[in-house]
Design a protein around this ligand. Structure first.
Ligand code: NAI
Ligand code: MG
Length: 498
């Protein structure tokens, strides 16, 4: 396997050849404690480099910088076109350094280079989309009916200091989602990347400086969730928290944010239903069903992890899905033929394998997949793409987010039954439908209690398209005009003209 690995981009080699520091108030600094931690390559367990272990004191420094940059600095008062220009510059720099970013991401997170290259280009597009908003934030004039001669209008104002906490499954794109929207409307940011994947966020910090953003507008603190993350969430000078990660931590963040009634937006876990009707284009449905769950080794919040297949075609579909799945190449992300890279950590691998045991004890049948045995894969945290059949919707493997390459498949008889089953979950993030019947497609799409539904496709994202969850999958929507709502306050002004 090692003979086919592509070589690491030379700038990525240089970037990882020294210990990294974090960005506070325009300076690259160590943690106040002096502590550091190592970040690993999940494909082979090797140390890549080390980063500061920021904690409460560092969060205090970063929040103070973001506070001053917001209250006294030029950023929120800057002409919108000037803010946009800096964001466009940032997007250009991402594009110019796309291969380096993609390689750093593959090193740190394990995802295949083709996938991380796609993330880098979508990161640049996301910034450009939001840069476009900077000059288009308007208020309303409102014809009120109270007595007198009143001029009533609204303004959209930035909220202030935003604490942005992101996960490890798509670190580069998640960092950009947590930077572009708040910055475009004049907020300042403290970003805390996941402890497993700090590297691309730090490289983005360098590009932000190269673009010429004022000091303190973007601060990046590396560290752990229970220390740095918790300190950011509890900090009284942080006005808003935006979080992507597990539902369990999302609940803690909501509680911690209550201290000063922070605006809290959450993008959490999922257990998304993918419904295959017998009238679907069979080959499209097969490909979609597989890609919906196995992309990024299943470490995707919208992964189509509950597969409902109409009974008429269930047996044939399961057998073809198993064959299809066997052909996926599992391996190092730097091998161009790899489709599924390693899972992020040994902990995540054990979590996934544990669910395979739980599922089989509950009565599910493992059709294909499971733990890797090949000796050349032994060092990384690999799990084979896995299909579990004979699942019922009340099993733990049908209700809990596994976050690995594991699909739990169930047959169904009719449309009303499958709508009920699909909605029987605490989550509500994604959902898929494969059918050639347009009435069925709309009926099911409207009935699914989820923030995102894909028909005859899966997991497409676009910066113009709002993304987020119903139920315990989250609060708020990122992207589209919804992200402007999320990062602005509405001020209402009354003027007595008499
Ligand atoms: P996590 O939710 O603990 O980590 C996400 C981020 O939250 C990281 O930056 C972490 O440092 C931070 N964090 C953790 N505890 C915190 C706290 N008390 N206060 C503030 N920030 C905190 O996710 P973890 O443990 O890495 O993964 C566990 C499971 O979570 C996965 O198996 C998966 O089911 C789910 N998950 C879902 C994601 C999604 O996009 N929906 C992303 C990552 C994980
Ligand atoms: Mg790593």
């Amino acid at each position: 396997m090692s003979t086919t690995l592509i070589s690491l981009n030379s700038k990525a080699v240089k970037f990882t050849s020294t210990p990294k520091n974090m960005l506070i108030n325009g300076q690259w600094v160590e943690a106040a404690s002096g502590k550091r931690f190592e970040t690993m390559n999940p494909a082979n367990g090797e140390v890549i480099t080390s980063v500061p272990e920021g904690d409460k004191e560092d969060i205090n420094r970063a929040v103070a910088a973001a506070r001053i940059a917001f209250d006294e600095g030029p950023w929120p008062k800057m002409k919108p076109a000037e803010r946009a220009k800096l964001l466009f510059k940032f997007a250009d720099l991402i594009e110019e350094n796309a291969e380096e970013l993609s390689h750093l991401e593959t090193l740190d997170n394990g995802a295949p280079v083709n996938f991380t290259a796609g993330m880098a280009s979508s990161a640049a597009e996301n910034i450009r989309y939001h840069a476009g908003w900077a000059t288009k934030i308007t208020g309303e004039t409102i014809p009120v009916s109270v007595p007198g001669n009143i001029f009533n209008y609204t303004r959209r104002e930035p909220i202030g200091v935003c604490g942005q906490i992101i996960p490890w499954n798509a670190p580069l794109l998640m960092a950009v989602w947590k930077l572009a929207a708040p910055l475009s409307v004049g907020n300042t940011v403290v970003l805390k990347p996941a402890e497993n994947t700090p590297l691309t966020a730090l490289r983005l910090g360098e590009l932000i400086q190269e673009a010429g953003f004022p000091d303190g507008v973007v601060n990046i603190v590396t560290g752990f969730g229970q220390t740095a993350g918790a300190a950011l969430t509890a900090h009284p000078d942080v006005d808003k928290i935006a979080f992507t990660g597990s539902t369990a931590v999302g609940k803690q963040i909501m509680q911690a944010g209550a201290v000063n009634v922070k605006k809290v937006s959450l993008e959490l876990g999922g257990k998304s239903a993918h419904i295959i009707f017998a009238d679907a284009d069979y080959d499209v449905a097969l490909r979609n069903a597989a890609n919906a769950i196995f992309m990024n080794s299943g470490q995707v919040c919208v992964a189509g992890s509950r597969l409902f297949v109409e009974k008429k075609i269930y047996d044939r579909f399961m057998s073809d899905l198993s064959e299809y799945t066997k052909n996926y190449r599992v391996g190092d992300g730097f091998d161009r033929s790899t489709v599924l890279g390693p899972l992020i950590s040994e902990k995540q691998k054990n979590r996934v394998l544990n669910y395979l045991d739980i599922g089989q004890r509950e009565g599910a049948e493992l059709l294909v997949g499971g733990n890797t045995t090949a000796s050349d894969l032994a060092k990384g945290h690999y799990v084979k793409p896995t299909v579990l059949a004979n699942v019922t919707n009340d099993m733990r493997i049908a209700q809990e987010e596994i976050f690995g390459p594991v699909v739990s498949a169930m047959p169904f008889d009719d449309i009303d039954e499958v709508i009920k089953l699909a909605n029987k979950t605490d989550y509500g993030l994604g959902g898929g439908i494969c059918t050639t019947d347009v009435r069925k497609a709309h009926k099911v799409a409207h009935a699914m209690k989820t923030g995102n539904v894909w028909v005859n496709t899966y997991s497409l994202l676009d910066p113009a398209s709002p993304f987020g969850g119903y139920k315990q999958s989250g609060i708020g929507r990122e992207n589209g005009s919804a992200s402007i709502d999320m990062y602005t306050e509405i001020k209402n002004v009354w003027i007595n003209l008499d």
